[in-house]
Design a protein around this ligand. Structure first.
Ligand code: SAH
Ligand code: ZN
Ligand code: ZN
Ligand code: ZN
Ligand code: ZN
Length: 426
């Protein structure tokens, strides 16, 4: 499909495969955005293949990355811009991207150089939940991540779906000569090609590890991962939360393999350092694919996400955390925000997270104080009670229903995705 190779899907029911397997778009989970569909064993005729290729070609961006880079240096900045709509690119004029309320106005305006350096402030975020889900870091969280990366000694950041972090690094690099941190942005939002050169941005799909720019773009990425002059690399990614964890994990493993193949200083037995930013209720899914990872207590906040704002100002505390393969003790969390070091766990934890003597761990996932259930033999959310019917802890007013198939979100038996307790945050 226009977004690169499709993925092979299978429907499961009660833990068993059911029905024919089929190929569908890797990135769009809404058929309205991309309706690519093919049975696994389907014979596709030559004419249909040709039509499909033609369709894919006609749904690529109208300008190449190179053309966009060249246009960037035209002043005043008057060329038509691109928007991403229903999975595809459309030409549009700049102002419609800048101000939501001017959505249909088609006049042009001049953009200052300062604005050109902060595209994430300028571009209208794509909030289409199912496909793009662009939630931009709040300044506080972005600054924290960058300081942490620098303090840990990294000088290269592979920014996968983290345009705002990329932007902060670029602007820091232009201000401070001696502290050179570099970033390469990989993102599916092609609008960024209007702001960054081919060495700074690759148009990339993280659900199928597809570089739209072909071998040249792949080579750019590979080169970036070579730790020249001992500049250590870390990958930071903040994928859409609705994304399939196995697809993401498979792509990230390929990026890790790319890093390993550069073969610098005994990379071969190590993993590329990584921060995977994702909600805490995906912990077990992430650990399934990356057993070396652990979850940090730091709550990552967003600017344009009504729910996931900082502590008391937002409606709720953010459920988004940092998963990393670095030693937890080196991830220093800000004490002024209430995080403290647990000497027993050898990691920083949130203020409400109490060390449980029985579990021998700081067990809270959401920042509140959890309580230990002797019957479940683990700590549970403060609002939960032990249910003898279900033989586990749950919300007091839950309906006792048994489903054999594990929940899609947390993997536990006993409920479906729609009633997953981890999503309700209560
Ligand atoms: N918090 C980050 C943004 C995360 S939003 C920041 O402030 O920098 C998710 C990002 O992933 C967006 O930039 C979006 O364009 C990108 N994205 C969404 N689907 C993608 C895909 N299939 N492949 C690559 N990037 C994708
Ligand atoms: Zn502890
Ligand atoms: Zn406990
Ligand atoms: Zn219990
Ligand atoms: Zn029950």
């Amino acid at each position: 499909c226009p977004l690169g190779p499709a993925l092979l899907f299978v429907k499961t029911s009660q833990g068993k495969e059911e029905g024919r397997r089929f190929y569908s778009c890797s990135a769009c989970r809404d058929r309205k955005d991309c309706n690519f569909f093919q049975w696994e064993d389907e014979k596709v005729s030559e004419t249909r293949l040709a039509a499909r290729e033609e369709y894919n070609r006609s749904h690529q961006p109208p300008f190449t990355h190179r053309q966009n880079v060249e246009r960037k240096y035209e002043t005043p900045f008057r060329a038509p811009f691109l928007i991403f709509h229903r999975g595809f690119f459309k030409v549009c004029f700049l102002l419609s991207l800048v101000f939501k309320e001017h959505w249909d106005h088609q006049f042009l305006c001049d953009i200052s150089n300062a604005q050109l350096r902060s595209p994430s402030q300028l571009l209208y975020p794509l909030e289409n939940k199912k496909t793009n889900a662009q939630y931009l870091f709040a300044d506080r969280s972005c600054q924290f991540l960058l300081d942490l990366i620098i303090d840990l000694g990294f000088r290269r950041v592979l920014s996968v779906g983290t345009p705002r972090l990329h932007e902060m690094i670029q602007s820091k690099a232009s201000q401070e000569e001696d502290l050179r941190v570099r970033s390469l942005l990989l993102d599916i939002d092609f609008r960024y090609s209007q702001f960054y050169t081919e060495d700074e941005f690759c148009h990339y799909n993280m659900f199928n590890h597809y570089f739209f720019g072909g071998e040249a773009a792949r080579e750019t990425c590979r080169k970036f991962l070579c730790q020249e002059n001992g500049e250590r690399v870390i990958m930071v990614t903040d994928p859409p939360f609705g994304g399939l964890v196995e697809a993401l994990a498979s792509s990230f493993k390929k990026l890790m393999a790319m890093w390993r193949e550069t073969g610098r200083e005994g990379n071969t037995s190590q993993e590329m350092p990584m921060f995977w930013i994702f909600p805490y209720y995906f912990e077990s899914r992430i650990l399934e694919f990356f057993p070396s990872f652990s979850m940090m207590d730091y709550q990552v906040d967003y600017d344009n996400h009504a729910l996931y704002k900082h502590g008391k100002t937002g409606r709720r505390q953010s459920p988004v955390r940092i998963f990393t393969n670095l030693t937890p003790s080196v991830i220093v969390l800000p004490v002024e925000e209430g995080y403290r070091f647990c000497a027993l766990c050898q990691r920083y934890v949130s203020s409400g997270n109490q060390h449980c003597e029985i579990c021998d761990s700081c067990t809270s996932k959401d920042g509140r104080r959890w309580k230990h259930c002797v019957l479940c033999k683990k700590c549970v959310k403060p609002s939960w009670f032990h249910c003898n019917n279900c033989n586990c802890c749950a919300l007091e007013n839950h309906t006792c229903e048994k489903t054999d198939a594990g929940c899609f979100v947390c993997g536990n038996a006993g409920h479906k995705r729609s009633t997953c307790p981890s999503l309700s945050h209560t």
